[in-house]
Design a protein around this ligand. Structure first.
Ligand SMILES: Nc1ncnc2c1ncn2[C@@H]1O[C@H](COP(=O)(O)OP(=O)(O)OP(=O)(O)O)[C@@H](O)[C@H]1O
Ligand SMILES: [Mg+2]
Length: 345
């Protein structure tokens, strides 16, 4: 403990939200220092990083054979350990203003359903990437802290984090997750649903990036006051030529409906597992939405209508988890209870 206190004066401790879609890094006492897509462009032999983050994402679908574009996380967990480690090493180095003698302590947020094997993988990647010690925090707890919910109190706090790979729903009371459910449906599955819908209905093949842009621009879960339209470019399935078609927000809503239903069913499923006292707390306070997927137009209304609960989207849903991680890192002693397990390097 004494060593830790002294060491923290000479190192740049950092917190990382290692997400399927975006990786964000917080440096103690400074704030968010990195916010990039979790995408890596790498040489074919897997040894050399060509680009990371936004630059690598821009290459998706346009890369020559000599360059591989990898999203090292899938469904909220590490799918490619080597590339994750390369990415983490690069981010940890970048996050430190200057390299200090003592390696940083690194706090990483992880999905709450993470297995022991996956925990070890995250820990090993961070250690190999230059961490002195690694702390893990479950993502819904980090989201709740970032949303300023009173997680230490004996009352139910309901949080739903919709990321790229997973949707996690949890009730937190007395600093612990009391009930939890997680589905591997998030923004990525929505993008895939749009690609497949357009292929079947409009005979047009569009890339996943295009689908994501359409989702953000005109995607919705609930009828809009003024329905929207957007032009999209892709390849005609029959002729193979590039074409442009117009799509409407009604069509995109239909494409997304199955995924939206899966998310709402997950909320219902959580309630089936919830004790009546907690349910009463929740009925009063409602559901807090975080994560990029929470920005889907009308999702709050759709959930509110279906499960009959007040629903609030956090003002900056994409950074909420990292904000919570940063708060834990800045006040480790106060938040000991939320750490999954202290892992010594
Ligand atoms: N306006 C928007 N409408 C709909 N979806 C959006 C919008 N903005 C961002 N998204 C989606 O949010 C997702 C990214 O959210 P976030 O950064 O919270 O995920 P993540 O933390 O990387 O993933 P996970 O927590 O599952 O590992 C992407 O799928 C993105 O397309
Ligand atoms: Mg996330």
């Amino acid at each position: 403990m004494f060593f830790d206190n002294i060491a923290s004066l000479f190192s740049n401790d950092i917190a990382i939200d290692l997400g399927t879609a975006n990786t964000l890094v917080y440096r103690k006492g400074v704030g968010i220092v990195i916010d990039e897509p979790s995408v890596v462009a790498i040489s074919v032999d897997g040894k050399r990083i060509i680009a990371i983050g936004e630059d690598a994402k821009d290459m998706l679908g346009k890369n020559p054979e000599e360059v591989r574009i990898i999203k090292p996380l899938k469904d909220g967990v590490i799918a490619d350990f080597q590339v994750t480690e390369l990415m983490l090493r690069n981010l940890i180095l970048r996050a430190q203003k200057k390299r200090l003698l003592i390696k940083p302590r690194v706090l990483v947020c992880v999905p709450s359903g993470i297995t022991e094997v996956e925990k070890r993988a995250v820990r090993d990647s961070a250690i190999h990437a230059g961490a002195r010690e690694v702390y893990l925090v479950p993502e819904p707890i980090a989201a709740a802290i970032g949303a300023d919910l009173p997680i230490h109190k004996p009352q139910g706090n309901l949080i739903m984090d919709i990321g790229g790979g997973t949707t996690e729903i949890a009730i937190i009371s007395l600093s612990h997750i009391v009930v939890h459910t997680s589905i591997r449906v998030g923004g990525d599955k929505m993008d895939e649903a749009i690609v497949s819908y357009l292929r079947k209905r409009n005979n047009i093949f569009v890339g996943i990036q295009t689908a994501e842009k359409v989702k953000m621009k005109i995607g919705s879960a609930y009828p809009l006051e003024k329905e929207l339209r957007s032009e999209i470019r892709g390849r005609d399935i029959i002729t193979g030529y590039p074409i442009t078609v117009e799509v409407t927000s009604e069509e995109i809503r239909e494409a997304l409906s199955e995924n939206v239903t899966a998310m709402i069913d997950a909320v219902k499923h959580l309630f089936e597992k919830t004790a009546p006292e907690l349910a009463a707390d929740i009925a009063e306070r409602g559901l807090i939405l975080t994560g990029g997927g929470a920005q889907l137009k009308g999702l709050d209304k759709k959930i509110q209508d279906t499960v009959d609960l007040p629903v609030h989207v956090m003002p900056e849903p994409l950074t909420c988890v990292l904000k919570g991680c940063g708060q834990v890192l800045d006040n480790l002693e106060d938040y000991r209870e939320v750490l999954l397990k202290k892992i010594e390097s």
